[in-house]
Design a protein around this ligand. Structure first.
Ligand code: UDP
Length: 139
């Protein structure tokens, strides 16, 4: 089953490299509507909680340090088939393997500093959106 919402973050590398505007433009040009949007910074604690599912993976410690190293942009997005279409728009986790034209291919630095997050399921999109946004912050 596919629903119509996903959650994204523009990660600290893409923010630091000045890509916020270009990435939001790519997202809206692909037909996603912005439901909620926030410029904020994760602490090591909140980044650790967000990526808790990866806590036993070897990259977890570095990922938490990276994700709390600078500001991020968080957003809830709406479109038919949002999860799958957004994962296609951002490309493979490793930008070296991402297809031409994808956000990660264009803006990412490495498999860790890979420019954007995209939810991998409807269930996680709901959990991740709730992590950042109250009901009153969604339009
Ligand atoms: N990551 C990493 N090293 C790896 C795999 C993943 O640093 O070998 C980071 C990367 O930032 C990635 C995040 O951990 O986006 C979550 O990994 P996942 O496998 O869920 O990839 P995604 O769903 O973001 O493509």
């Amino acid at each position: 089953m596919s629903t119509n919402r996903t959650f994204t973050m523009i990660k600290p590398d893409a923010v630091a490299n000045g890509h916020i505007g270009a990435i939001i433009n790519d997202i809206t040009a692909a037909g996603f509507r912005i439901i909620a949007l926030k410029y904020t910074k994760l602490t090591a604690e909140t980044a650790g909680k967000f990526y808790e599912v990866h806590k036993d993976r070897p990259f977890y410690g570095n990922l938490v340090t990276f994700m709390s190293s600078g500001p991020i942009v968080a957003a809830i997005l709406e479109k038919d088939n949002a999860i799958e279409d957004f994962r296609k728009l951002i490309g493979a986790t490793n930008p070296a393997q991402a297809e031409d034209g994808t956000i990660r291919k264009k803006y990412a630095e490495s498999i860790e500093a890979n420019a954007v997050h995209g939810s991998d399921s409807d269930e996680n999109a709901a959990i991740e959106g709730d992590f950042f946004f109250t009901a009153a912050e969604r339009f």
